[in-house]
Design a protein around this ligand. Structure first.
Ligand code: A2P
Length: 287
């Protein structure tokens, strides 16, 4: 299907009406503070990114906050996401962890707050209740206006279902999603429930960029394989969060609007053999 975005600041609209720029900059592994500030500030100032995705676990919230300030772009024009890490599950821990995130970011609010990974039966007898307790902390933070939207990450339909009777339902699910790993079942559940899917590692950590399927389609459109991968995600109505430390790649990853993949091309990418999958199944990960 075709969407009508013309640039990376055009928004998806979440079910609570919050607008979220349709491409964001991923920051996982950007742990050196000086480099982090420089890369993120450059993304904002030189490349026009307005959406930055961080997490307590990335250990770079302070760099994000500094870059946001240094950019000179008004706070309300930027979209900042952070996430509650796994050791902070549960109501009071999650609330405290969020306060610390805000402090590190040096911000009064975040635009989006996510539970980073679901509690599952691997680690908890009452995993559903643990997720509900964490979720209630996020719901209160949202009600207090400290997060403009809330959601989850790495939740499969079975995990999401346990939250669907809550007063406030997740607005976003951020999951691994790239050519060579198309999480169709979760994407469909999210579509049916008005949850925006965000795609982490949209380039399969760079491991899908030499796929012959992508190379053929990229040649047909005179685009790079990275651009085709990101375009495929957008055309699935999901929001890509590519990571790069290079300015020219940031620009390339933002230039994905002047072409449309055909239904046959979409299908060919949907059906690519598994490539670049991290192997991180939320039900079995060790963290
Ligand atoms: P680098 O930071 O050296 O540019 P993902 O977002 O799927 O996790 O992928 C991130 C990886 O892909 C990083 O190693 C990044 O490397 C690389 N990358 C990001 N954008 C591009 C691009 N346009 N072309 C080639 N490699 C890219």
């Amino acid at each position: 299907m075709e969407n009508t975005f013309k640039g990376i600041t055009d928004p998806f609209v979440l079910k609570n009406g919050v607008r979220i720029p349709c491409v964001g900059l991923g920051t996982f592994k950007l742990t050196n503070d000086a480099e982090g500030v420089q890369v993120i500030e450059s993304a904002i100032v030189d490349c026009g990114y307005r959406h930055i995705d961080t997490a307590a676990a990335y250990k770079n919230e302070a760099s994000v906050g500094k870059a946001v300030k240094a950019s000179g772009v008004p706070r309300e024009k930027l979209f900042v996401t952070t996430k509650v890490w796994n050791v902070d599950r549960g109501y009071s821990q999650a609330r405290q962890a969020f306060d610390l995130s805000l402090e590190r970011l040096g911000l009064d609010y975040v635009d989006l707050l996510l539970i980073h990974w679901p509690a599952t039966q691997k680690h908890y007898m009452r995993w559903e209740q643990v997720n509900i307790d964490t979720w209630r902390a996020l719901s209160e933070i949202y009600a207090a206006g400290k997060a403009k939207a809330i959601g989850v990450a790495n939740f499969k339909p079975s995990h999401l279902e346990a939250l669907m009777d809550e007063e406030i339902q997740p607005m976003v699910d951020q999951i691994e999603f790239h050519p060579g790993y198309y999480p169709k079942e979760t994407a469909e559940f999210c579509r049916e429930n008005g949850i925006l899917v965000e795609a982490w590692s949209p380039l399969g950590r760079g491991k899908v960029l030499e796929s012959p399927v992508l190379e053929k389609i990229a040649a047909a459109h005179k685009k790079s394989t990275a651009q085709v991968a990101l375009r495929w995600i957008l055309q699935h109505d999901a929001l890509p969060l590519p990571k790069t430390t290079h300015l020219e790649r940031m620009e390339e990853n933002a230039d994905i609007f002047g072409f449309t993949l055909t239904p046959a091309e979409m299908k060919a990418i949907d059906e690519m053999p598994e490539t670049g999958y991290t192997g991180q199944d939320p039900d079995t990960v060790d963290f």
